[in-house]
Write a protein of this length. Structure first.
Length: 281
Protein backbone atom coordinates (compact mmCIF):
# COMPACT_ATOMS: atom_id res chain seq x y z
CA UNK A 1 0.00 0.00 0.00
CA UNK A 2 1.15 3.49 -0.70
CA UNK A 3 2.39 5.47 2.30
CA UNK A 4 0.10 8.24 1.08
CA UNK A 5 -3.00 6.23 1.94
CA UNK A 6 -6.01 5.55 -0.27
CA UNK A 7 -6.91 9.15 -1.14
CA UNK A 8 -5.33 11.64 -3.48
CA UNK A 9 -2.56 14.03 -2.45
CA UNK A 10 -2.97 17.79 -2.15
CA UNK A 11 -0.78 20.64 -0.99
CA UNK A 12 -1.03 22.69 2.19
CA UNK A 13 -0.87 25.88 0.13
CA UNK A 14 -3.63 28.30 -0.80
CA UNK A 15 -4.75 29.35 -4.23
CA UNK A 16 -4.63 33.01 -5.11
CA UNK A 17 -8.36 33.25 -4.32
CA UNK A 18 -7.70 32.09 -0.78
CA UNK A 19 -9.07 28.55 -1.21
CA UNK A 20 -6.98 25.50 -0.46
CA UNK A 21 -5.38 23.89 -3.47
CA UNK A 22 -6.72 20.38 -4.09
CA UNK A 23 -4.42 17.91 -5.80
CA UNK A 24 -2.43 20.63 -7.49
CA UNK A 25 0.73 18.59 -7.57
CA UNK A 26 -0.61 15.05 -7.68
CA UNK A 27 -3.40 13.12 -9.34
CA UNK A 28 -6.43 12.36 -7.18
CA UNK A 29 -6.22 8.66 -7.93
CA UNK A 30 -4.19 6.41 -5.63
CA UNK A 31 -0.55 5.87 -6.58
CA UNK A 32 0.20 2.42 -7.98
CA UNK A 33 2.85 0.49 -6.10
CA UNK A 34 4.44 -2.89 -6.51
CA UNK A 35 3.27 -5.14 -3.69
CA UNK A 36 6.40 -7.25 -3.96
CA UNK A 37 8.60 -6.53 -0.90
CA UNK A 38 11.96 -5.05 -1.84
CA UNK A 39 15.20 -5.04 0.08
CA UNK A 40 16.00 -1.63 1.52
CA UNK A 41 18.88 -0.16 3.43
CA UNK A 42 18.60 2.70 5.92
CA UNK A 43 22.33 3.30 5.69
CA UNK A 44 24.15 5.26 2.98
CA UNK A 45 26.43 3.02 0.99
CA UNK A 46 30.18 3.57 1.19
CA UNK A 47 30.76 0.90 -1.45
CA UNK A 48 32.53 3.27 -3.81
CA UNK A 49 36.19 3.66 -4.77
CA UNK A 50 36.31 6.94 -2.78
CA UNK A 51 34.43 8.29 0.22
CA UNK A 52 34.55 11.64 -1.60
CA UNK A 53 35.93 15.16 -1.50
CA UNK A 54 36.02 17.68 1.33
CA UNK A 55 36.00 21.29 0.16
CA UNK A 56 37.08 23.87 2.75
CA UNK A 57 36.51 27.57 2.11
CA UNK A 58 38.47 29.55 4.68
CA UNK A 59 37.89 33.30 4.60
CA UNK A 60 40.06 35.29 6.99
CA UNK A 61 40.83 38.67 5.40
CA UNK A 62 38.10 40.92 4.01
CA UNK A 63 38.06 44.01 1.82
CA UNK A 64 37.91 47.21 3.84
CA UNK A 65 34.72 48.24 2.05
CA UNK A 66 32.82 45.31 3.61
CA UNK A 67 33.46 46.59 7.15
CA UNK A 68 34.24 43.00 8.20
CA UNK A 69 37.00 42.31 10.70
CA UNK A 70 39.81 39.82 10.19
CA UNK A 71 38.76 36.35 11.39
CA UNK A 72 41.73 35.44 13.57
CA UNK A 73 41.69 31.79 14.58
CA UNK A 74 40.03 30.56 11.39
CA UNK A 75 43.28 29.03 10.11
CA UNK A 76 43.21 26.75 13.16
CA UNK A 77 39.71 25.66 12.19
CA UNK A 78 40.74 25.00 8.60
CA UNK A 79 43.78 23.01 9.68
CA UNK A 80 41.80 20.90 12.14
CA UNK A 81 39.04 20.19 9.63
CA UNK A 82 41.60 19.26 7.00
CA UNK A 83 43.24 16.73 9.33
CA UNK A 84 39.97 15.22 10.57
CA UNK A 85 38.38 14.66 7.17
CA UNK A 86 41.64 13.51 5.56
CA UNK A 87 41.88 10.91 8.33
CA UNK A 88 38.42 9.66 7.34
CA UNK A 89 39.66 9.22 3.78
CA UNK A 90 38.36 12.39 2.12
CA UNK A 91 40.39 14.17 -0.53
CA UNK A 92 40.63 17.62 1.03
CA UNK A 93 41.00 20.88 -0.88
CA UNK A 94 41.38 24.22 0.93
CA UNK A 95 40.54 27.58 -0.65
CA UNK A 96 41.64 30.64 1.32
CA UNK A 97 40.23 34.18 1.13
CA UNK A 98 37.73 33.66 -1.66
CA UNK A 99 35.64 36.42 -3.18
CA UNK A 100 31.95 35.74 -3.83
CA UNK A 101 32.67 35.00 -7.48
CA UNK A 102 35.60 32.74 -6.61
CA UNK A 103 33.45 30.77 -4.16
CA UNK A 104 30.77 30.35 -6.81
CA UNK A 105 33.30 29.16 -9.36
CA UNK A 106 34.83 26.65 -6.94
CA UNK A 107 31.45 25.12 -6.12
CA UNK A 108 30.21 25.23 -9.71
CA UNK A 109 33.33 23.36 -10.80
CA UNK A 110 32.80 20.71 -8.10
CA UNK A 111 29.12 20.36 -9.01
CA UNK A 112 30.03 19.69 -12.65
CA UNK A 113 32.52 16.94 -11.81
CA UNK A 114 31.60 13.28 -12.19
CA UNK A 115 31.07 11.93 -8.66
CA UNK A 116 30.02 8.46 -9.77
CA UNK A 117 32.94 6.93 -7.89
CA UNK A 118 32.32 8.92 -4.69
CA UNK A 119 30.11 8.06 -1.73
CA UNK A 120 29.59 11.58 -0.38
CA UNK A 121 30.62 15.24 -0.46
CA UNK A 122 31.67 17.42 2.47
CA UNK A 123 31.86 21.21 2.59
CA UNK A 124 33.33 23.21 5.47
CA UNK A 125 32.51 26.90 5.08
CA UNK A 126 34.37 29.32 7.37
CA UNK A 127 33.55 33.02 7.16
CA UNK A 128 31.42 35.89 8.40
CA UNK A 129 27.71 35.54 7.86
CA UNK A 130 24.20 36.70 8.58
CA UNK A 131 20.83 34.95 8.40
CA UNK A 132 20.74 33.12 5.08
CA UNK A 133 23.94 34.67 3.74
CA UNK A 134 27.62 33.79 3.69
CA UNK A 135 30.46 36.24 3.09
CA UNK A 136 33.18 36.17 0.52
CA UNK A 137 36.05 38.56 1.02
CA UNK A 138 34.29 41.25 -1.02
CA UNK A 139 30.63 40.84 -0.06
CA UNK A 140 27.86 38.38 0.68
CA UNK A 141 25.97 35.70 -1.22
CA UNK A 142 22.82 33.81 -0.34
CA UNK A 143 23.84 30.46 1.06
CA UNK A 144 21.22 28.63 -0.99
CA UNK A 145 22.89 29.92 -4.18
CA UNK A 146 25.92 27.84 -3.20
CA UNK A 147 24.25 24.75 -1.75
CA UNK A 148 21.58 24.42 -4.47
CA UNK A 149 24.29 23.62 -7.01
CA UNK A 150 24.30 20.10 -5.54
CA UNK A 151 20.58 19.38 -5.74
CA UNK A 152 19.72 16.03 -7.24
CA UNK A 153 18.58 17.59 -10.50
CA UNK A 154 21.69 19.76 -10.87
CA UNK A 155 24.47 17.41 -9.74
CA UNK A 156 23.08 14.09 -10.89
CA UNK A 157 26.11 11.98 -10.00
CA UNK A 158 25.48 12.92 -6.34
CA UNK A 159 21.74 12.17 -6.40
CA UNK A 160 20.84 9.88 -3.51
CA UNK A 161 24.21 10.47 -1.84
CA UNK A 162 24.88 12.61 1.25
CA UNK A 163 25.97 16.22 0.80
CA UNK A 164 27.23 17.51 4.16
CA UNK A 165 27.66 21.23 4.83
CA UNK A 166 29.37 22.41 8.03
CA UNK A 167 28.98 26.17 8.28
CA UNK A 168 30.90 28.33 10.75
CA UNK A 169 29.41 31.82 10.44
CA UNK A 170 27.15 34.22 12.31
CA UNK A 171 23.44 34.08 11.53
CA UNK A 172 22.47 37.38 13.11
CA UNK A 173 23.35 39.62 16.05
CA UNK A 174 21.38 38.11 18.94
CA UNK A 175 23.30 36.99 22.02
CA UNK A 176 22.45 33.95 24.15
CA UNK A 177 22.88 34.71 27.85
CA UNK A 178 22.14 31.12 28.85
CA UNK A 179 20.05 29.88 31.76
CA UNK A 180 20.76 27.70 34.75
CA UNK A 181 19.23 24.24 34.42
CA UNK A 182 19.21 20.96 36.35
CA UNK A 183 21.79 18.94 35.98
CA UNK A 184 22.55 0.66 -3.41
CA UNK A 185 19.91 -1.29 -5.20
CA UNK A 186 19.46 -1.66 -8.99
CA UNK A 187 15.91 -0.33 -9.15
CA UNK A 188 15.27 3.35 -9.89
CA UNK A 189 13.63 5.44 -7.18
CA UNK A 190 12.24 8.92 -7.57
CA UNK A 191 13.49 11.21 -4.80
CA UNK A 192 13.07 14.92 -3.97
CA UNK A 193 15.79 17.14 -5.46
CA UNK A 194 16.41 18.63 -1.99
CA UNK A 195 16.94 15.21 -0.38
CA UNK A 196 20.18 13.95 1.14
CA UNK A 197 21.52 17.28 2.41
CA UNK A 198 22.72 18.02 5.92
CA UNK A 199 23.34 21.60 7.01
CA UNK A 200 25.22 21.86 10.29
CA UNK A 201 25.16 25.52 11.32
CA UNK A 202 27.46 26.72 14.07
CA UNK A 203 24.64 28.63 15.75
CA UNK A 204 20.87 29.00 15.89
CA UNK A 205 19.07 31.36 13.46
CA UNK A 206 19.54 35.02 14.39
CA UNK A 207 22.51 34.56 16.70
CA UNK A 208 26.19 35.38 16.79
CA UNK A 209 28.69 32.56 16.39
CA UNK A 210 31.76 32.58 18.63
CA UNK A 211 35.39 32.06 17.65
CA UNK A 212 38.49 32.09 19.83
CA UNK A 213 41.37 33.93 18.16
CA UNK A 214 43.89 31.32 19.33
CA UNK A 215 42.04 27.99 19.34
CA UNK A 216 39.43 28.53 16.64
CA UNK A 217 35.65 28.57 16.68
CA UNK A 218 33.71 26.72 19.35
CA UNK A 219 31.75 24.80 16.72
CA UNK A 220 34.65 23.59 14.56
CA UNK A 221 36.69 22.74 17.67
CA UNK A 222 33.83 20.60 18.92
CA UNK A 223 33.05 19.08 15.52
CA UNK A 224 36.63 17.96 14.98
CA UNK A 225 36.91 16.65 18.54
CA UNK A 226 33.72 14.59 18.29
CA UNK A 227 34.55 13.20 14.83
CA UNK A 228 38.01 12.23 16.07
CA UNK A 229 36.48 10.42 19.02
CA UNK A 230 33.37 8.88 17.47
CA UNK A 231 33.72 9.13 13.69
CA UNK A 232 34.46 5.44 13.29
CA UNK A 233 31.63 4.16 15.46
CA UNK A 234 28.65 6.54 15.62
CA UNK A 235 26.14 7.69 13.02
CA UNK A 236 26.57 11.32 11.95
CA UNK A 237 23.46 12.74 13.65
CA UNK A 238 24.52 11.06 16.90
CA UNK A 239 27.92 12.71 16.50
CA UNK A 240 26.28 16.07 15.86
CA UNK A 241 24.17 15.74 19.01
CA UNK A 242 27.41 15.37 20.95
CA UNK A 243 28.79 18.41 19.13
CA UNK A 244 25.72 20.35 20.25
CA UNK A 245 26.25 19.23 23.83
CA UNK A 246 29.93 20.13 23.86
CA UNK A 247 29.35 23.62 22.44
CA UNK A 248 26.42 24.25 24.78
CA UNK A 249 28.08 23.03 27.97
CA UNK A 250 31.83 23.48 27.60
CA UNK A 251 32.00 27.01 26.19
CA UNK A 252 31.16 30.48 27.48
CA UNK A 253 32.41 33.76 26.10
CA UNK A 254 35.05 35.86 27.85
CA UNK A 255 35.01 39.41 26.53
CA UNK A 256 35.82 42.93 27.66
CA UNK A 257 33.22 44.33 25.27
CA UNK A 258 30.06 45.48 27.07
CA UNK A 259 27.29 42.91 26.81
CA UNK A 260 29.44 40.25 25.18
CA UNK A 261 30.78 38.47 28.28
CA UNK A 262 29.45 35.15 29.62
CA UNK A 263 27.42 34.31 26.50
CA UNK A 264 26.51 30.86 25.21
CA UNK A 265 25.94 29.20 21.85
CA UNK A 266 24.02 26.23 20.43
CA UNK A 267 24.61 24.80 16.95
CA UNK A 268 21.65 24.06 14.69
CA UNK A 269 21.48 20.87 12.63
CA UNK A 270 19.10 20.80 9.66
CA UNK A 271 18.85 17.35 8.11
CA UNK A 272 17.25 16.23 4.88
CA UNK A 273 19.23 13.00 4.97
CA UNK A 274 17.16 9.96 4.04
CA UNK A 275 19.50 7.36 5.48
CA UNK A 276 21.98 6.97 8.31
CA UNK A 277 25.44 8.36 7.54
CA UNK A 278 28.46 6.49 8.86
CA UNK A 279 32.01 7.38 7.88
CA UNK A 280 33.12 3.74 7.95
CA UNK A 281 31.54 0.62 6.36
Amino acid sequence: MSANGAGGDCTDAKKSDGQQSQGSLSALTPMEVDAQPKSHSFRYSLDYPSIGQCIIINNKNFDRATGMNQRNGTDVDAGNAMKVFAKLGYKVKVYNDQTVEQMKQVLIAVSKEDHSCSASLVFVLLSHGDEGVFFGTDGSVELKNLTSLFRGDRCKSMAGKPKLFFIQACRGTDLDAGIEADSGTDRTTKIPVEADFLYAFSTAPGYYSWRNTMTGSWFIQSLCDMINKYGKELELLHIMTRVNHKVAVDFESISNSPGFDAKKQIPCIVSMLTKEMYFTP
